[in-house]
Design a protein around this ligand. Structure first.
Ligand SMILES: Cc1cc2nc3c(=O)[nH]c(=O)nc-3n(C[C@H](O)[C@H](O)[C@H](O)COP(=O)(O)OP(=O)(O)OC[C@H]3O[C@@H](n4cnc5c(N)ncnc54)[C@H](O)[C@@H]3O)c2cc1C
Ligand code: FES
Length: 444
């Protein structure tokens, strides 16, 4: 019964409910007691009335206290996301399940090797993993969004697309994703850092959330849609996903089942090249674009975007044209497309966070014991380090994941793009920065 009362969100109603219950209980109990002890005594009747009133008052107060306890519980669980069971650096995880989701995407369910608890995370966050790939001379570090939001956070699920080599380029296919698909099986061990990332959905808000993705960009949307369904099902959500056809469509059944549980979850699947077998499994044909979003969503909303760079660019432009304020649009890019490096490429102009880039600088790589002269043509500090056989860890190369973060002991850097990763005090992201002073000392 207590749990049912706890579910009443309105504190006045909750207080009223507990007051009514205690009134009934105390009245019945005192009635029975008076009947047994001395039914003819007038003062006994008065005692009964006072008891009922006192019980009602206590019940009302209890209802209010229960309210504050319940809301405290919510804030504690949010806090526990950031504080409890967070580990530092790497922790070994065992792959407990490996499930093929589509032609290209496979999910990996990870549980900690030490079998102790793991922290919950905010829907939309990612995990950074480290792979020892025999052919690679150093561990390969990559970040993958958490694609599930289980009721009890006893595992993390990563859903990884096998990256082929880009068409027309004679380069190897994606290192980490192919290794995961081909050589990671149930029982394999993978070190991972704690969940991280700022592309998160605030579950408590009531404004509609429109989750727009294509391809493997569906992964953070899965945790977002599941978290809202579980924790704030009154919040309207649109789940709009574009893919080629049913063979490439991951989580189709999972999303449809979720929509059956949550009447406020509106799903739209758009296929660009549907096949005959896809009949009945998609809602429209073409590419997801702003016109579709306008047609589907006719209320104030927040927009969450994840997908290929061209897809996100076109949706963002379209939303802008529809008058959606920038503050309502959130996006995650899975990284910059890699470019074949040619010596004559000139570096883009620097836009810093108040720091201007310089033309030339001395960079001291303290741990590696190398002091080198950097020139604007050398690109980002990460690219310059790599060109000189210093190989710091990296993943996104776009200022998103924080993997390349290192301490700066002297000097300044100028950011070429706005960093989205959380940066520790006294540290910098070297994948999107160039020197911002004539001498920079980095702890690499
Ligand atoms: C925050 C975040 C979340 C992410 N979440 C997910 C997720 O949920 N699921 C997911 O699948 N991915 C996700 N990613 C992307 C993921 O981190 C990897 O970038 C992706 O798996 C590719 O890594 P890889 O090692 O397989 O490919 P890489 O080895 O990094 O190669 C990338 C591409 O470059 C090509 N290439 C290789 N060499 C060259 C060259 N010399 N010139 C040009 N091209 C070259 C490869 O063929 C490949 O197509 C996420 C990224 C970020 C930043
Ligand atoms: S490599 Fe991801 S922030 Fe630099």
């Amino acid at each position: 019964m207590l749990e049912n009362i706890r579910r009443i969100q309105n504190p006045i109603l909750r207080s009223f409910a507990t007051a009514s219950i205690t009134f009934s209980v105390v009245t019945i109990v005192s009635g029975v007691a008076i009947g047994l002890i001395n039914p003819k005594d007038k003062s006994a009747g008065q005692v009964g009335v006072y008891s009922s009133l006192l019980g009602t008052g206590c019940g009302a107060i209890f209802g209010l206290v229960l309210t504050s306890k319940a809301s405290k519980k919510t804030s504690v669980s949010t806090e526990s996301i950031s504080n409890s069971n967070i580990w530092k650096d790497w922790r070994n995880f065992v792959v407990v399940r490996k499930i093929k989701e589509s032609e290209e995407i496979t999910s990996f369910y990870l549980q900690p090797e030490d079998k102790s608890e793991i922290p919950n995370f905010q829907p939309g966050q990612f995990l950074t993993i480290k792979l020892d790939i025999p052919e690679q001379d150093k561990p390969v570090i990559r970040t993958y969004s958490l694609s599930d939001y289980p009721e009890l956070c006893t595992y993390y699920r990563l859903s990884i697309k096998r990256e082929p080599a880009p068409k027309g380029l004679d380069v190897p296919p994606g290192t980490a994703s192919n290794f995961m698909h081909d050589r990671i099986h149930e029982g394999s061990l993978i070190p991972a850092k704690p969940p991280n990332g700022k592309f998160v959905l605030d579950v408590q808000k009531s404004i509609a959330a429109v989750l727009i993705s294509n391809g493997v960009g569906i992964t953070p949307m899965m945790s977002m849609a599941k978290a809202v369904t579980r924790l704030n099902p009154n919040r309207p959500i649109w789940f709009v996903h574009g893919t080629r056809d049913g063979r490439f469509h991951a989580f189709r059944n999972e999303v449809s089942e979720l929509a059956q549980q949550n009447p406020n979850l509106n799903v739209h699947f758009r296929y660009s090249r549907p096949t005959a077998e896809d009949e009945g499994h998609y809602h429209s044909v073409g590419y997801v674009d702003a016109a579709l979003i306008k047609e589907l969503v006719q209320q104030e909303a927040e927009y969450f975007l994840c997908g290929s760079p061209s897809f996100m660019q076109s949706i963002m432009q379209g939303l802008k044209e529809l008058g959606v304020p920038e503050s309502r649009v959130f996006f995650e890019s899975f990284g910059k497309p890699m470019q074949v490096v040619s010596g004559s490429q000139s570096a883009p102009a620097t836009i810093g966070e108040g720091v201007e880039g310089v033309q030339e600088a001395e960079i001291v790589f303290a741990k590696s014991g190398q002091t080198l002269i950097w020139n604007q043509r050398d690109g980002s500090i990460l690219e310059f380090a790599e060109a000189n056989d210093i190989n710091p860890p990296f993943s996104c190369r776009a200022g998103i994941c924080g993997t390349c973060m290192c301490k700066i002991n002297a000097g300044e850097v100028a950011y070429q793009e706005e960093p989205t990763a959380a940066i520790d005090e006294g540290s910098v992201l070297i994948c999107i920065s160039q020197p911002g002073s004539s001498r920079v000392v980095l702890d690499i």
